[in-house]
Write a protein that binds this ligand. Structure first.
Ligand code: ATP
Ligand code: MG
Length: 177
């Protein structure tokens, strides 16, 4: 079995920090091997995170797309707008999957979109079903439902032991965004 190329379905979940960071860590590792990678960000459509500035620095091998309208609780957009954005992201993911262009595809905060009912579990099942054999599919977000955990090959839950937010320290550039 050694050396077998097998794309896995991976979930990074839990309440602690590190879900998106872990997914980006996998992307960095894969890029090192010259593998093409893509991140589709759900929800955080209007936030300026460092990774957004990385596209183009890897000779086109890293792409990042935003398909969200910011956190739903900000009330800047209607539920319908959030849903339309999430559904756009899902369609993009489906196309990307079928294209077999990417060795790593990250659907960042897709589980949050699921919790907020912007996408359905059935849609995620269908998406996982389209995964090419050599693509690693990474889903992130708090509260992965057990049905999805069952479908995944690897699930890691980030446990929050201590977070600076609780001491009133705001999110830091280069660490949190
Ligand atoms: P990161 O993107 O830093 O890897 P994450 O993906 O695990 O974090 P998200 O739920 O996407 O976490 O939230 C992103 C932001 O929330 C980050 O700025 C992160 O530092 C912060 N955060 C994560 N865990 C906690 C926590 N337990 N308490 C407060 N803030 C948190
Ligand atoms: Mg995250």
């Amino acid at each position: 079995m050694s050396g077998e190329v097998r794309g896995l379905t991976v979930i990074f979940t839990g309440n602690g920090k590190g879900k998106t960071s872990a997914a980006l860590g996998v992307v960095l590792r894969a890029l090192g091997h010259g593998f093409r990678c893509k991140v589709i960000q759900f929800i955080k459509g209007e936030m300026d995170s460092g990774e957004l500035h990385l596209a183009g620095k890897f000779g086109g091998e890293f792409e990042i797309a935003q398909s969200g309208r910011g956190f739903t609780w900000l009330k800047d957009h209607t539920v319908e707008e959030h849903k339309a954005a999430a559904q756009d992201g899902l369609r993009m993911a489906s196309t990307d999957m079928l294209s077999e262009n990417y060795r790593v595809l990250v659907l960042d905060e897709i589980l949050y979109a699921l919790t907020k009912e912007l996408v359905t579990l059935k849609q995620l099942y269908e998406l996982i079903g389209k995964k090419p054999p050599s693509t690693h599919l990474i889903l992130t977000g708090r509260a992965a439902p057990s049905e999805l955990i069952e479908k995944a090959d690897m699930v890691t839950s980030m446990e929050s032991i201590k977070h600076p937010f609780k001491s009133g320290i705001p999110a830091q550039k280069g660490l949190d965004f």
